[in-house]
Write a protein that binds this ligand. Structure first.
Ligand SMILES: NC(=O)c1ccc[n+]([C@@H]2O[C@H](COP(=O)([O-])OP(=O)(O)OC[C@H]3O[C@@H](n4cnc5c(N)ncnc54)[C@H](OP(=O)(O)O)[C@@H]3O)[C@@H](O)[C@H]2O)c1
Length: 291
């Protein structure tokens, strides 16, 4: 049996690792794992490198898990943000379409302004309020423009095996009795394993397009922190603060959408994948030992 080759970019990131865990169970696929510092080095901002590797591998699909995700840092690092989050997916889209390979690309709730009063659907108007949001939106536009068969999934508040809010809270709990966390930004924590399962479900299908892909339910960061401390057996208190107060304490913080709950409308309408509830997923995360 000839295996279907999948180029994974950003394989050392949270989603890259989750994709490896999920796809490892299926012998029909062979992953070609790449990252900026991996054994197979691939810098997605370099079109020549991307096209060369794609021609060599002749992949069935490219799964783009690479990105520049440090939201605050990008406010003063716009060129690198644009290179990684916009030109990177453009390069992958060009290479994938030249070779007739499917492209999975991940985008973000931060393409929205956060002014909504009900969960965002795929056709709702975008309006990013940060550098990260703007460059990710441009990446989306390039994928639409250059890829032929693509699955573009907007996710949110991602955590997995890597740097994330859950690990930050647990680290702070080591030497803090109380932490200040904003309670006026609403969204949905999403486990990287759930997103990887969604990719796994979509990939063999022709169910292409733009999808919202987050866990079910919603919360705010302060409540999420409380859940993390409960599951982690920590006594740390959470002081609820507003985004305004938080911005005064951290003046370099990027502006973030106040409301970024996504409705997985396309996935529901097409029967593509049903995400688990965020509370079940965070419990699974603690039980898995990945945390
Ligand atoms: N994390 C979130 O809360 C969140 C929320 C919404 C959407 N998303 C989206 O979900 C996707 C996966 O995010 P994640 O949290 O798994 O990201 P991550 O953990 O930050 O992983 C990204 C990976 O990409 C690598 N990378 C950076 N620049 C690269 C380049 N030029 N070429 C190749 N690889 C490069 C990074 O390497 P270095 O670490 O060495 O830079 C890292 O290994 C991204 O598209 C992200 O925008 C994430």
């Amino acid at each position: 049996m000839e295996k279907k080759k999948i180029i994974v970019t950003g394989c050392d990131g949270q989603l890259g690792r989750a994709v490896n865990r999920v796809f490892a169970k299926d012998e029909h696929y062979e992953l070609v794992n790449t990252d900026i510092n991996a054994d197979i080095k691939l810098d997605i901002t370099d079109i020549d490198e991307v096209v060369r590797l794609a021609k060599e591998v002749k992949p069935y699909a490219v799964v783009n898990c690479a990105a520049y995700t440090a939201v605050d840092r990008q406010e003063s690092d716009e060129d690198l943000s644009f290179k990684i989050n916009a030109i990177g997916p453009r390069n992958l889209a060009i290479a994938a379409s030249e070779l007739g390979a499917r492209l999975v690309h991940i985008s973000t709730d931060y393409v929205f302004s956060g002014d909504a009063a009900k969960p965002y659907r795929e056709y709702d108007e975008t309006g990013p309020v940060s550098v990260y949001g703007r460059t990710k939106l441009c990446g989306e536009q390039f994928v639409r423009q250059f890829a032929s068969g693509y699955y573009m999934i907007r996710t949110a508040w991602l955590y997995g095996d890597g740097k994330n809010f859950v690990r930050t809270m647990l680290r702070l709990a080591e030497d803090h009795e109380e932490v200040s966390v904003v309670d006026d930004q609403l969204g949905t924590p999403t486990g990287a394993m759930e997103l990887a399962r969604c990719i796994y479900a979509l990939l063999p299908t022709e169910n292409y397009g733009l999808f919202h892909g987050t866990c079910e339910g919603d919360t705010n960061w302060a409540e999420f922190a409380e859940m993390i401390f409960r599951l982690g057996g920590k006594n740390t208190r959470v002081r609820h603060v507003s985004s305004e107060e938080y911005a005064r304490m951290n003046p370099c913080a990027a502006h973030r959408p106040a409301y970024s709950i996504l409705d997985n409308y396309m996935l529901r309408m097409t029967g593509g994948y049903r995400f688990a509830h965020w509370e079940d997923t965070i419990r699974e995360y603690f039980e898995s030992g990945i945390v």
